[in-house]
Design a protein around this ligand. Structure first.
Ligand code: COA
Length: 315
C-alpha cells in the first residue's frame, strides 16, 4: 500500500498595518529599546486595532488558496488555531468558511496556544492519511494585543498580532514525514491568560520558567525527530521555531550546532504572534524562494498549556 503524505500546496499571511515600535513602548511602560532588543530581539510588532481575528484569518486564507490555486469550494476541512477568537462561538474556522465561501468544508478550531499550528498540521495529517479529507485549509490567526496588559512591561513588549495559513492535500511524494506532540498541563500556570467577568483576559507569565521550558523542549523535539528518522542536523535545510525570543532561538541553535543561515527569524518585525508565527514564517520563506523542492524542514512550536510539538517536512 502506498503511503499518502500531507503536502503543503500554498501559503499565505496577513500582518495588520499598525506598527508598535520599541520607541513607542518606552512612552507606555518603564522600558527601553535597548533592553527589549537585547533580551528578546524584537524591534517592533503589529497590532490588529479594529481588525477582527477572523478578518486577518480570512486575508491569510485567501492568499494561501490563491498560492495553491485551489478554489474555496474544493476545501473539505478548515482547521483554525487561535487563543484570541472574536467569539466563544461560532468558531474562527466557521467564520472563515462563511467569509471565503468554502461551503463544502466542515470546520473546527484547535486551542494549543503557540503550538497550535504544529498541532493543526498533525490533525490534518491524520485526516489526509485516512482519506477523510482531501484538501484542508489550516489558518492561524491571533490578536494577542487584546489579551495583553499594556501596563505590564514583563509581557507587553513580547506580543504582536497577525495570521498565517496553508492549504494542504495528500500525495505520494514525501511531504510531512513525522511529527511529535506533547503537553504538560501540570505546569500550565507559568503562562496563562485569565478570563475575567467582563470577558477581558490578560496574559500573565513567569518569564524565566517559560524560557527554560522553551529551550529544553525545542532541543528535545529536534533531537527526537532527527533520531527517529536517522537524520543529522546537516540533513536539515531549515529549522523554523516559534518566534518567541531571539535568545531562545540562538540558545537552541548553539546547542544543536546549527549555523545562522539555517534558522529563520522574523520576530524583530512581528514579535510573538502565537500560533500564527510559524505559518507567517513559512509564507515569507516560500514567497522569497528560500524553500526548494526536497528541502527538509523542521517546525517547532511551544507555548501555553503547556504544549509543544514538532513536524518534519520535505518541501
Ligand atoms: N524593560 C525593562 N526591564 C524589564 C522589562 C522590560 N520590558 N521586563 C522586565 N524587566 C526587568 C525585570 O523587572 C527585572 O528587573 P529586576 O532585576 O530589577 O527585578 C530585570 O528586567 C530582569 O528581568 P528578567 O525576568 O530576569 O529578564 P529575563 O532576562 O529573564 O528576560 C524575558 C525576560 C521575558 C524576555 C525572558 O524571560 C523570556 O523571553 N522568557 C520567555 C517568554 C516567552 O517567550 N513567552 C511566550 C512563550 S510562547
Amino acid at each position: 500500500m502506498t503511503t499518502i503524505y500531507l503536502q503543503i500546496k500554498g501559503t499565505g499571511s496577513f500582518l495588520p498595518p499598525y506598527v508598535l515600535t520599541n520607541d513607542a513602548l518606552e512612552h507606555m511602560v518603564d522600558t527601553s529599546d535597548e533592553w527589549i532588543t537585547d533580551r528578546t530581539g524584537i524591534k517592533e510588532r503589529r497590532l490588529a486595532k479594529e481588525t477582527a481575528t477572523y478578518e486577518m484569518a480570512t486575508s491569510a486564507a485567501l492568499k494561501a488558496l490563491e498560492d495553491a490555486q485551489v478554489s474555496p469550494q474544493d476545501i473539505d476541512l478548515i482547521i483554525a488555531t487561535t487563543i484570541t477568537p472574536d467569539y466563544f462561538t461560532p468558531s474562527l474556522s466557521c467564520l472563515v468558511q462563511k467569509e471565503i465561501g468554502a461551503d463544502n468544508a466542515f470546520c473546527f478550531d484547535v486551542n494549543a496556544a503557540c503550538s497550535g499550528f504544529c498541532y493543526a498540521l498533525d490533525v490534518a495529517d491524520c485526516y489526509i492519511k485516512t482519506g477523510k479529507a482531501k484538501r484542508i485549509l489550516i489558518v492561524a490567526s491571533e490578536a494577542l494585543s487584546r489579551i495583553t496588559d499594556y501596563t505590564d512591561r514583563n509581557t507587553c513588549v513580547l506580543f504582536g498580532d497577525g495570521a498565517g495559513a496553508v492549504v494542504v492535500s495528500g500525495g505520494d511524494e514525501p511531504g510531512m514525514t513525522d511529527s511529535f506532540l506533547a503537553a504538560t498541563g501540570r505546569d500550565g500556570e507559568v503562562l496563562a491568560a485569565d478570563m475575567f467577568g467582563d470577558g477581558a483576559a490578560r496574559v500573565r507569565m513567569n518569564g524565566k520558567e517559560v524560557y527554560k521550558f522553551a529551550v529544553s523542549v525545542n532541543i528535545k523535539i529536534v533531537n527526537l525527530l532527527l533520531e527517529r528518522n536517522s537524520l543529522t542536523v546537516g540533513d536539515i535545510a531549515y529549522i523554523v521555531q516559534h518566534q518567541a525570543n531571539k535568545r531562545i532561538i540562538s540558545a537552541v541553535s548553539n546547542k544543536l550546532g546549527l549555523s545562522e543561515d539555517r534558522i529563520f527569524m522574523n520576530l524583530d518585525k512581528y514579535g510573538n504572534t502565537s500560533s500564527a508565527s510559524i505559518p507567517i514564517c513559512l509564507d515569507e520563506m516560500n514567497r522569497s524562494g528560500m524553500l526548494k523542492k526536497g528541502d527538509k524542514v523542521i517546525l517547532v512550536g511551544f507555548g501555553a498549556g503547556l504544549t509543544y510539538g514538532g513536524v518534519l517536512l520535505t518541501w
